[in-house]
Design a protein around this ligand. Structure first.
Ligand code: PXG
Length: 465
């Protein structure tokens, strides 16, 4: 039998992978032809693959390994909890210490009146909870028709039928009959790609006001909630103009529409505060959490909800829950993760050390002829690639071709920097040091140079007309 520690040669692993493993968001036949990169170990911010390459992980796994790899404290927390109580449920009038302690800690860390937690196994599950929670909230208040939810194009809220419907990815909607009824999408605040000749401030305001138009079209008495990521992640790290979120908050308040901040990526320090909502100055009624809650060491997510919502929901039976809601091992790992984030002042490190160093490095990379600008909030950033900086032009060929080429050059230089269309994305572990950021920049610069040369050679440095 193949074990994890005594594994087969890479080619055999790749063949077995291709034969039996269906990957998410992947053309599996293409992957089978190419062979998946097999990651075998990791330490700090570096991954090791089955060929022994050391790769700098500029994506913190999938926006989640915020404390970096190899934290023994998290391993020990899981081991201890597995010995003591590996599983018990939180249904039917029972609870356990890890879920109690974690909910309590989250209530302390979350801002204002967000004091109640409904646990899930992932961000997708938590957003499914949110759909049912906000609709149930209004129904219990005698307004069952207040059930529509407004989201944004190119947002990402998960991959289940509910959360995928909230998301604004049309290629996801095209598979499986999404979106479910009662979900609507307004434009995204992506000034770089869609702002044209407007100033970022005017554009941000205009995009926020699409919410007001949509609420008025539907009727405010029919709109339950608006959902948004404080900074869009999977959509390409889109930091909204400063005018955007205050206007969204004003509109939600005016029409009595609940505000859901999807903090799955932004939460737990990524933007330089505990939550992206604080960075953007908004006061949500619900926050979706996952990923950085456990630094990805164990699958756990949840919804942190306001006193007012909890009071209404708790008055009746909420017919909703997952076997693994508040899983004790995952909760114990998350608690330990939160302890380390606090005791090691990781969020201060993000704000005072890593963010300024990353900003300086990315600003330098933006001088590269291929890079059109920098989007950065805390330690989540993106570099849009362009054939013509001044006009923020898109490339003539199929969107994503150049981004993919650049990502491949990054990989060849032992750097994980992924692409969304023709934007390069970075979201490293929060513990990244200044020296590691310099190393990141060296590898990224080389990858950009190689991409530029390849584009020139192939005559692909042309703008779309
Ligand atoms: N909300 C947000 C804001 C997310 O980024 C989810 C919800 C769903 O969480 P789960 O745990 O169910 O995956 C996410 C997840 C990408 C990528 O390609 C991003 C995510 C997941 C997979 C890929 O950037 N984000």
């Amino acid at each position: 039998m193949t074990t994890v520690s005594n594994h087969l040669p890479t080619a055999e692993l790749q063949a077995l992978d291709a034969a039996h493993h269906m990957h998410p968001f992947t053309t599996n036949d293409e992957l089978a032809a190419k062979g998946a990169r097999v990651i075998t170990r990791a330490k700090g911010i570096f991954l090791t693959d089955s060929e022994g390459n050391e790769i700098l992980d500029g994506m913190a796994g999938l926006w989640c390994v915020n404390l970096g790899y190899g934290r023994e404290e998290l391993v020990n927390a899981a081991t201890r909890q597995m010995r003591e109580l590996p599983f018990y449920n939180t249904f039917f009038m029972t609870t356990h210490v890890p879920a109690i302690a974690l909910a309590n800690e989250l209530a302390k860390l979350a801002p204002d009146n967000l004091n109640h937690v409904f646990f899930a196994g992932s961000g997708s599950e938590a957003n499914d909870t949110n759909i049912r929670m906000v609709r149930t909230y209004w129904a219990q208040k005698g307004q069952p028709e207040k059930s529509h939810i407004i989201s944004r194009k190119n947002s990402y809220h998960g991959s289940s039928v509910g959360s995928g419907s909230l998301g604004g990815m049309t290629y996801m909607h095209a598979q499986g009959g999404l979106p479910i009824p009662g979900i609507h999408h307004i434009g995204q605040p992506d000034w770089w790609a869609e702002g044209g000749d407007h100033t970022p401030e005017a554009f941000g305001l205009a995009r926020a006001q699409e919410l007001e138009t949509m609420i008025l079209d539907l009727g405010a008495e029919k709109v339950a909630a608006f959902i948004g990521e404080p900074v869009q992640g999977a959509g390409g790290v889109i930091v909204p103009p400063s005018t955007y979120w205050p206007e969204i908050q004003r509109i939600c308040d005016k029409y009595d529409v609940l505000l859901i901040a999807d903090e799955v990526i932004c939460g737990f320090g990524r933007t330089g505060n505990w939550f992206g909502s604080q960075t953007m100055g908004i006061k949500p009624d619900i926050m979706t959490i996952a990923k950085g809650l456990s630094s990805g060491y164990a699958p756990i997510g949840g919804s942190i909800v306001s006193d007012e919502i909890a009071e209404v929901i708790n008055a009746g039976e909420f017919n909703h829950g997952y076997t693994y809601s508040g899983h004790p091992v995952c909760a114990a790992v998350a608690l330990e993760n939160l302890r380390i984030l606090q005791e090691e002042n990781i969020i201060d490190h993000v704000r005072d050390v890593a963010h300024p160093a990353l900003k300086a490095g990315l600003d330098k990379l933006a001088e590269h002829p291929l890079v059109g600008g920098v989007n950065l909030s805390g330690l989540m950033g993106s570099l849009p690639l362009t054939p013509h900086k001044e006009s923020r032009a898109k490339f003539a060929g199929q969107t994503g071709t150049v981004g993919y080429m650049c990502r491949e050059r990054c990989f060849a230089n032992n750097l994980v920097m992924r692409h969304v269309g023709d934007r390069m994305i970075i979201s490293p572990p929060l513990v990244i040091t200044e020296a590691e950021i310099e190393e990141f920049m060296r590898r990224a610069n080389k990858a950009l140079d190689e991409t530029y040369t390849a584009l020139k050679d192939k005559d692909m440095l042309k703008a779309a007309s």
